[in-house]
Write a protein that binds this ligand. Structure first.
Ligand SMILES: [Cu+2]
Length: 114
């Protein structure tokens, strides 16, 4: 009788500790998946609203940016290289690459759709 109780106690303890552990493992996996999608940025479609060559900023009305988990909106973005702004004009449709660089959104590529 005593050994049966002991076995139950051990089984209970094992389940008790195993459950939170598996929860942690799942949370960690979800986190990894998020990071993985952020590491695969793709071009986003948008329309140029304003170009500021002096400050290196461009206002873009963009579609959904999946790798940044951002819905479509109009926003001001900083370009990595000001020369990216030399061949675009307000009203133009573009494909652009925007990445999160240490918490700051930076446009690394702009391709006009012509
Ligand atoms: Cu945005």
């Amino acid at each position: 009788m005593k050994t049966i109780q002991k076995k139950f106690a051990i089984a209970f303890l094992t389940i008790g500790t195993a459950l939170p552990l598996s929860c942690f493992a799942e949370a960690a996996m979800d986190h990894n998946n998020m990071n993985m999608s952020q590491m695969n940025p793709s071009m986003t479609e948008g329309e140029v609203k304003k170009v500021d060559l002096e400050t290196g900023k461009v206002t873009i009305k963009h579609g959904e940016i999946k790798h940044l988990d951002m819905p479509g909106m109009t926003m001001v973005l900083t370009v990595k290289d000001k020369t990216l702004l030399t061949n675009i004009k307000p009203g133009e449709k573009i494909n652009f690459m925007v990445i999160n660089e240490g918490g700051k959104l930076v446009v690394t590529d702009i391709q006009p759709i012509r």
